[in-house]
Structures are given as C-alpha cells and as structure tokens.
Design a binder for this molecule. Structure first.
Ligand code: GLN
Length: 500
C-alpha cells in the first residue's frame, strides 16, 4: 500500500470508501502499520488493532449492503480519558493503570455508532494536568516535528492531549478526540501543526470522561484540516440526558456552514494579549493572521478584555479546587490500583494508595485545591476566583454584544520545547496556557489553526474565539484562515522518529 493513502483527508477517504475504490480494511491495515512504525513516539497507551480490524470489517459490510454510517471506516484515536467499554482507560495514571471500564463514554459511543475505526487510546498528561504529556505515568509522547536546526532534539507534542496530536500528526489516526480544560486541545494542536477545536462548554457530553475540573472540561477534536475537524465534531456534539451540563441546543451542519466567505466579519484583536515581552515570532505570526483575514474582507478592530491578566491565577485556583474534589474517589476502595501493603487502618489504605498512585503534578494540584477550599482560605481564594471568573466571562460578552464576531489571538506563547529540558518551574509551565485559559473560563468555543513556523522551524497556531454555540461560524473563519495560510504539514516521510 502506498504511503499516500495515509495523507488523504477524512472527506477524501470517505468518498473513496463510498465508491468502493478502497476497502475500510485496507485503510485500517495501512494505519495499523503506521501505529506500529511510530511506536518510538509513544503516542498510544493502548493500541487496539483487533478492535480496529473488527470495526473496519463491519464498515465494509455496511458499504457493501448500501447501509453505511456517516464516518464508516475512518481510523480514529481516543485520548485515554474517555471510558471505552472493555478497553483499558488509564488517564495516564498509575492509579487507573488496571481500569477497564464496564461502560462507554457518550462521545466515544456516538463516534462508534457513526462508524469510526478505533486505532487505540492515546497518551496524555496524568489526569489531563499539564502542557507536555511529560506527567504521564507511561512516559512522555514525542512530537513528530523537530527543528531543522536541531534535528535530533526530541520535542514535546504539548499537552495534555499530546498523544492524540502526535498520533494524528504522524498519520497513525486521521483524527482524534482531546479534552480541553484550559487549553489541552488547542496547545498540543498548535505544537503539532494541527487543527484543534474546543467547542462551547456544554456542546458535547462529559459523560464517561474522567473528570478533571467539571465546570471547564470539554471534549473536542484534532484533525489535519478544518473540514475534517468539522466532520468529526458533527457526530460528537449534542445534548446527552446523562450529562446535566450538556446543552439542549441543536447541532447545525458544520460542513455546510464552511464557505470561506468572511466578508464584513468584525474581528477583535485584544490588546491585553500583546504583553511586553511577547516573542517576536508570535507577534509576527499574529500580524500575518490579521493581514490575511483583512485581505479576505474581514474588518479588524482593537478590543479590550481588561481582566485577561487575572485568568491564569483564577484558573489555577478553580481547576485544582475542582480536581481535588473529583480525584477524591481514587482511594483504592472502588477504583484502580490498591497498594499491596495497605497498612492497618482505612486511613493508611487511602494514604498509601494515593501516595503511590498519583504523580507529582497531580499531588500538587490536589494540595493546591484542598488549600483554596479549606475553611480558612475559601473566601479569600475560591470565592474570589469565582467572582473574577464571572468578570472574565463578562469581558467577552461585552465585546460580542458590541458586534465583534470573532476574536483572533495567538494560541501559545512559544513553540514546542525539548522533552529533556522542559521548563522546571511549574509556574513557567503554567504560562503555556496564558492565551487559552480565558476562553475556557468563559466557556466559549475556540479553535487553533496552524498558521506558520517559528524561527526554529516549528509549527505555531493562531486561535479564533467565538460567542457560545457559534461553532459553525468559528469553523468557517478558521477555514478561511487555513486557506489563506496554506500551511504545509508533515508527510509520512518527514516525521521524526528517534533512533532506538
Ligand atoms: N495545561 C493546563 C493544565 O495543566 C490545561 C489542561 C487541560 O486543558 N486539560 O491545567
């Protein structure tokens, strides 16, 4: 089989599958070989070739009988945070390293019911806490991109959905799920030269997704193009009676909304996102994006989101607070791994299980969260942060009420960094989220589109943000930007694989 099959888009594959010029099983075998080939990138926690073959055979039968499903035969991967019935689901944590869920998350069920072929479960930062996949119990994933000036230096794919983006960028899946609490779809998409969309909070169901911070977590998708992302989002989104925070809002046809026409659209450029010291690479990229949208008839306006500088501290109070509560269930009693020598008392059991089951970053978040929720500090931190979150959401609301259609910003303050030499200071790591966290706190849909290369030759994304539930318009403007940029991604021949 030619490698070129791997470079087909999901829409192209679907059309060939429909015409029966390709069989789903052929596609699947090709992708299975690629999954094996890219093992040095450590993108998967669990490969599922047998499931994939079965899915593909079923898809072929349906194509044959003329009863195909909308995504029949498309090779897909799930972040290892989505519960998959009968398939190991670890959250990349030692504490869940033996967890085989007896049920399926709604999002993965919907995709299954639409015909996707499951290639495997992808690596991630433990419990989705991080920006690098380095905090995974299974070791970091690697980015298939390297800098031409330093071709042997392995880089992070970003995080927390880094295995998902490494897999798609390295052609081991055509698209993948991610989850985004403060940037975990958009940041790794930016680092790996992919499109990554986080829909509106409530747009897709959280049922069966291992919870990190429930008021922020949202499932989305990574793909190699905007249209492919739109295609998969279509079948993930929608109200779910099993998730009381999922919204009863109709899901329009995303692909139909993509025309590329953005004439007269008003694009806000928030001045607070251009702090002193913003890297010249990022500044240039942003200016290029502004110019390209303007050339296509969009109207560019400076806007102000005055509480932007408070978003990161607010996020790092609220997300750990919710995490400390969500992670209380991992106690060695009902879920996951229990230590061999649990001690004498129930408290000993909790202590030993949690002490050995969680990694350092997860423990840091639990400490932080427990502290800000403790009776002495609740008002000073947690309550205050809730109030400021409201102000941050109001900033966006005002801007959109004043007629701005979309907001354009950088996705990340830099490109991918070295796996061996990541930022050592947790605060420096947290700064990765500076551009993605505000829209998360406001619950708004946002997308990262690959927009160019850094001086080191690494991919960088631009972020577009829309009002709630305006994913259609967001995908359309993202498409216009993608079209204008003509970003050149990797090919199966140019992906980086470290020497063993
Ligand atoms: N990097 C952020 C964090 O560590 C965001 C994580 C996410 O979106 N899941 O919290």
């Amino acid at each position: 089989m030619p490698n070129s099959l791997l470079t087909l888009s999901a829409l192209e594959l679907l059309s060939l599958l429909k015409k029966r010029e390709l069989s789903a099983l052929d596609v699947c075998e090709n992708y299975i070989s690629q999954v094996e080939k890219i093992r040095p990138l450590n993108a998967f926690v669990t490969e599922t070739p047998d499931v994939a073959r079965k899915n593909a055979e079923d898809a072929d039968k349906r194509y044959k009988s003329g009863s195909s499903l909308p995504l029949d035969g498309l090779p897909f991967a799930h972040k290892d945070l989505f519960a998959t019935e009968g398939i190991l689901t670890t959250s990349s944590s030692k504490i869940l390293s033996n967890f085989i869920p007896p049920y399926e998350s709604t999002v993965s069920q919907k995709l299954k019911d639409s015909g996707v072929v499951l290639m495997g479960k992808t690596n991630m930062d433990e419990f989705a806490m991080g920006s690098s996949t380095i905090t995974s119990h299974y070791g970091p994933s690697l980015n298939p991109w390297v800098s031409p000036s330093s071709p042997t230096t392995a880089l992070v794919p970003g995080g927390s959905s880094g295995g998902s983006t490494a897999a798609v960028a390295a052609f081991a899946a055509i698209a993948s799920t991610g989850t985004d609490t403060g940037g975990s779809i958009r940041q790794p998409a930016s680092y790996c030269g992919l499109v990554g969309i986080k829909p509106t909070y409530g747009r897709s169901s959280r049922y069966g997704i291992v919870a990190f911070a429930s008021s922020l977590d949202q499932a989305g998708v990574h793909a190699r193009s905007v249209k492919d992302a739109a295609l998969f989002l279509q079948y993930m989104a929608g109200h779910d009676p099993k998730d009381s925070t999922s919204a009863k809002v109709d899901v329009p046809s995303y692909l139909e909304a993509i025309t590329g026409d953005i004439k007269g659209k008003r694009i806000g450029i928030p001045k607070e996102y251009r702090p002193e010291g913003l890297s010249p690479d990022i500044s240039r990229l942003w200016d290029k994006g502004i110019a390209l949208l303007q050339e296509r008839g969009a109207l560019i306006e400076e806007i102000s989101l005055p509480h932007t500088d408070l978003a990161l501290p607010v996020y790092y109070i609220l997300a750990p607070a919710e995490a400390s509560s969500n992670l209380a269930r991992y106690d060695g009693v009902r879920f996951g791994v229990r230590v061999e020598h649990p001690g004498d008392t129930l408290n000993d059991l909790y202590e030993h299980t949690r002490g050995s089951g969680f990694g350092a970053e997860v423990k840091r978040r639990i400490f932080l969260g427990t502290y800000v929720l403790s009776s002495g500090f609740y008002d000073a931190y947690f309550l205050k942060a809730q109030k400021v979150r409201f102000l941050i959401a109001e900033d966006f609301k005002k801007v959109f009420q004043n007629g701005i259609d979309f907001i354009l910003t950088p996705t990340t303050p830099s490109g991918a960094f070295s796996v061996e030499n990541p930022p050592q200071d947790p605060i420096e790591m947290y700064l990765n989220d500076v551009f993605t966290v505000p829209s998360s706190l406001a619950g708004l849909p946002a997308i990262s589109v690959p927009a160019g290369l850094s001086e080191k030759g690494l991919p960088l994304g631009l972020q577009l943000i829309a009002p709630a539930f305006q994913e259609s318009g967001l995908l359309n403007i993202a498409y216009a930007l993608e079209h204008a940029v003509q970003f050149k991604g990797l090919t199966p021949e140019t992906i980086f694989l470290p020497q063993a």
